[in-house]
Design a protein around this ligand. Structure first.
Ligand code: SF4
Ligand code: SF4
Length: 378
């Protein structure tokens, strides 16, 4: 007979905002978990309901995609339950060795990769020395240290400038803390969040733009929970560019391409941003837009979320491949998305699979269309 540990259950309930009480054990989550049955989702939640803390190990595999949560008939925030378990295990000093390395990299160099802090902005042609901007861009660590990511950032800035805006980069930035949050180090996360919020408030800008859904989610939704408040409005670049398009401030030329769009989990499922990136693609004359079988809130995952991209989560490669199977199925070689993690994951895995696939940010197509229009007018 199993005895309920009421004390431990209450401790878990507080940690998880009582989410597990909504679960009535239908098992839909276990069937739908993108990592297959290795996470034992329903059983994990049952144990918690009985006041039993799940074992360590497998919980670290959760990539926080929240595909399970989107299918749950009782709307249980399952990804939050798993992240809370990681925080609990972190507090007990019971975590994979790689976690220490990631945290140390953020502490020492301001990014989870461990790349030198002083090289974060060496690629930046303009240093953004003005006091006031229309738009301030917050770079993601992945984009700042990656050639493709840097191109995306510069092209975003180019488009904004063509729309007549004064653009700057948040050059005091360090990691937004996404990796820190997902390994469960709440004290360090609070410090990172407050430091970034304070520095951001030192800039005068109409809007803060992020090219990463993870940065967006942290700044907008997670920071306030840690008392880190930013007074400037925060938008993902697809939202802002879509606004500019609707105001008639982007003149786009023609491109010939058959393109699909991968919805990043942290845009579509966590923040309901699905129409804006599609609106941008569909506005380009000559683009044939094709949807994959899973799209919008039902999107699959790149496998890189929840700290998975930093913790070398081997199981998550199957998740990446499952999405690439869908790209092959709809027969296109251009996959647009709007997240530096997704781009990195799909670029790497498609190379391993020898796929003829161009993984790009929506911005890159907009940039090409804008250049075409500039050429046509000169
Ligand atoms: S799908 Fe929701 S209600 Fe069903 S077992 Fe999973 S968490 Fe519980
Ligand atoms: S968030 Fe994703 S990986 Fe985690 S339990 Fe749900 S479906 Fe599985």
């Amino acid at each position: 007979m199993v005895r309920v540990d009421f004390g431990n259950r209450e401790r878990l309930a507080e940690l998880m905002d009582r989410e597990f009480y909504k679960c009535y054990q239908c098992g839909t989550c276990t069937v739908n978990c993108l990592l297959g049955d290795s996470l034992l989702v329903r059983r994990t939640i049952r144990h918690i309901q009985l006041g039993i803390t799940p074992e360590n190990g497998y919980i670290w595999k959760c990539i926080s995609c929240n595909f399970c949560g989107a299918q749950c008939p009782s709307n249980v925030d399952i990804a939050h339950i798993f992240r809370s378990l990681k925080a609990l295990k972190y507090e007990e000093k019971n975590y994979p060795e790689k976690v220490n390395e990631v945290l140390w990299n953020v502490y020492e160099e301001g990014n989870p990769l461990g790349s030198p802090k002083k090289e974060r902005f060496t690629w930046l042609q303009k240093t953004g020395s003005s006091d006031e901007y229309d738009v301030l861009i917050y770079t993601c660590c992945m984009a700042a240290y990656d050639k493709h990511g840097q191109d995306i950032l510069m092209r975003t800035a180019y488009i904004l400038e063509k729309a007549g805006l004064k653009v700057g980069f948040f050059t005091d930035s360090s990691c937004c803390g996404d990796a820190v949050y997902h390994v469960g180090d709440d004290y360090f996360y609070e410090e990172v969040a407050n430091q970034n919020a304070e520095r951001l408030d030192g800039y005068k800008a109409e809007v803060i733009l992020t090219v990463s859904p993870h940065v967006y989610h942290n700044l907008k939704n997670l920071y306030p929970r840690y008392n880190a408040r930013i007074s400037t409005p925060i938008l993902h670049h697809t939202q802002y560019l879509y606004e500019l398009l609707n105001e008639g401030r982007l003149k786009l030329g023609k491109l010939e391409a058959r393109v699909t769009y991968h919805d990043p989990c942290y845009l579509a499922r966590y923040n309901d941003i699905v129409e804006e990136p599609r609106g941008l693609l569909e506005a380009i004359d000559g683009i044939e837009f094709v949807e994959m079988p899973h799209s919008k809130r039902e999107t699959l995952c790149c496998g890189g979320g929840g700290g998975g991209i930093w913790l070398e989560n081997e199981e998550a490669r199957d998740v990446t491949r499952r999405r690439l199977d869908e790209v092959a199925y709809i027969d296109t070689n251009v996959m647009a998305t709007a997240c530096p993690y997704c781009i990195r994951m799909f670029e790497d895995e498609s190379k391993v699979l020898n796929m003829d696939l161009n993984v790009i940010d929506v911005t890159e197509l907009l940039y090409e269309a804008l250049v075409q229009s500039v050429k046509a007018s000169t």
